[in-house]
Design a protein around this ligand. Structure first.
Ligand SMILES: [Mn+2]
Length: 455
């Protein structure tokens, strides 16, 4: 029976503390030196239509470095009198703007409540930056985010040719700091994990609620509204990425987001949806029969994907290469399809990346890093070799099988026509067993059959 997602919301975690941000900044800055100027920009606002903006979401690096989530912000790190200064430029207090668009912390609020030493109004940024650039030796900025900053930095580098010749000042190089930030973001702190756990919990309950509400004739968008409504109800900022809600043959389209078809009880619905909390994403996929009971054919495919997923989760252990879950999942999927006679190649043939038949039915990877970005940052193969998993890394595990009967490129077996199954959980690597952040989301056939349609 459905135990009522509304009755049992998880407790919200404590916000990430100022001290933690400062510790993070120190760890980041310890990799730099006198003469380094580091610029972290927020993303610009994007227009949706006349006078209407898309809901604002800052750059993940800005969120990671200081937690400032409002637009028009820039964070500078530079040396002053032998010490690092963290200087945040923000939208100033402005009563008229605040009447229309909402309250602003302003410069005073930034200084008081955010982990920075200095704060200034955003309209003073350019003058200030130009001054700093006179003395900076190396500028660290990710270009392409704030084009005005890019052009000022470029000008400073060009100008220094003349000035440097006379005075020996001005920047001589531009580097991208985002790789160093990415290395840090890849390993989550306890506090970050608590935010992620909350996003995962709310998302798990949203999927359970959608299962309970499933019934013959319901439309994909109606189920979408239940899921996304619950994300908001749970106090998250909403979806972390557009929800994929596909029934019947739509379940075989990996990034289907039209979500406008009616659902029939004998069809499988595949939902890939996750909430964002304090900037952190959850990413869950579940697949279930709208009518609440798996057909024999649906059950056969589901069991293979579930077995592959559970084995892949078990491979998320310290010291394993990041791609081991994928290898394990592929092997299990291929074995299953050979058992069912869907693949007639040998196991080794089936797994061949170029000529193997597994790729006809499983054409994506088994996971990705998860964090402030749903496809989170962090190099998978530093120095060309697969990264080894460490405690604190979070990754998704999401094998699937897709039998699109509409596809002209394959001969889809009639028995499995338009079955699309993906099962995705969010997994924290620990010193011990893998910690599945989305474990409360129903996944076994028995649990799913119990809950679907029970609302
Ligand atoms: Mn995913």
């Amino acid at each position: 029976m459905f135990d009522g997602a509304f009755k049992s919301l998880p407790t919200k975690p404590k916000a990430i503390s100022k001290d933690s941000y400062r510790e993070r900044q120190q760890r980041f800055l310890s990799q730099y030196d006198v003469g380094d100027l580091i610029i972290v920009s927020s993303l610009p606002e994007a227009t949706r239509s006349n006078d209407v903006h898309y809901p604002y979401r800052s750059s993940s690096d800005m969120l990671y470095m200081c937690g400032w989530s409002d637009p028009e912000a820039t964070l500078l790190f530079y040396h002053d009198e032998g010490k690092w200064v963290t200087h945040l430029f923000v939208q100033p207090k402005d009563t008229l703007m605040e009447i229309w668009e909402g309250r602003r912390p302003g410069v005073e609020g930034a200084l008081k409540d955010w982990p920075v030493n200095q704060a200034s109004p955003s309209d003073e940024l350019i003058d200030y930056l130009e001054q700093l650039l006179e003395d900076a030796v190396r500028v660290h900025v990710r270009t392409g985010i704030n084009t005005l900053i890019d052009s000022i930095v470029m000008q400073a580098v060009e100008k220094r040719d003349r000035k440097r010749q006379h005075f020996g000042t001005g920047p001589i190089s531009i580097e991208d700091p985002s790789r160093r930030i990415a290395e840090m973001r890849l390993r989550k702190s306890e506090e970050e994990i608590e935010q992620m756990r909350y996003a995962a919990e709310v998302s798990s309950k949203a999927h359970a609620l959608a299962m309970a509400a499933s019934k013959d004739g319901i439309h994909e968008f109606q189920i979408q509204s239940i899921i996304e409504g619950f994300f908001v109800y749970g106090g998250t900022s909403g979806w972390a990425y557009p929800s994929i809600v596909g029934c019947g043959e739509n379940a075989t389209i990996l990034h289907y987001t039209v979500n406008n078809a009616p659902c029939q009880s004998d069809e499988i619905i595949l939902i890939d949806a996750g909430a964002e909390y304090e900037g952190y994403a959850a990413d869950i996929t579940r697949s279930w029969p709208i009518g609440g009971s798996f057909s024999e054919a649906q059950r056969e495919i589901y069991e293979i994907v579930l077995e592959a997923q559970e084995k892949a989760i078990d491979a998320c252990r310290v010291g394993n290469p990041y791609n081991m879950p994928h290898e394990v999942a592929c092997r299990t999927l291929a074995e299953g399809l050979i058992r069912l006679g869907i693949i007639t190649q040998s196991l080794e043939q089936a797994l061949d990346f170029e000529t193997g038949d597994l790729r006809k039915w499983y054409m994506h990877n088994t996971g990705h890093w998860l964090g402030l970005d749903v496809h989170d940052v962090g190099t998978y193969k530093p120095d060309g070799t697969p990264r080894l998993l460490e405690a604190g890394m979070v990754l998704t595990v999401e094998p699937g099988l897709y039998f699109g009967a509409w596809r002209p490129d394959v001969d889809c077996p009639e028995r499995y026509a338009n079955i699309g199954i993906r099962i995705e959980d969010d997994v924290l690597v620990t010193e011990g067993d893998p910690d599945v952040l989305t474990a409360s989301c129903p996944k076994t056939i028995a649990d799913i059959e119990r809950i679907v349609g029970s609302l």
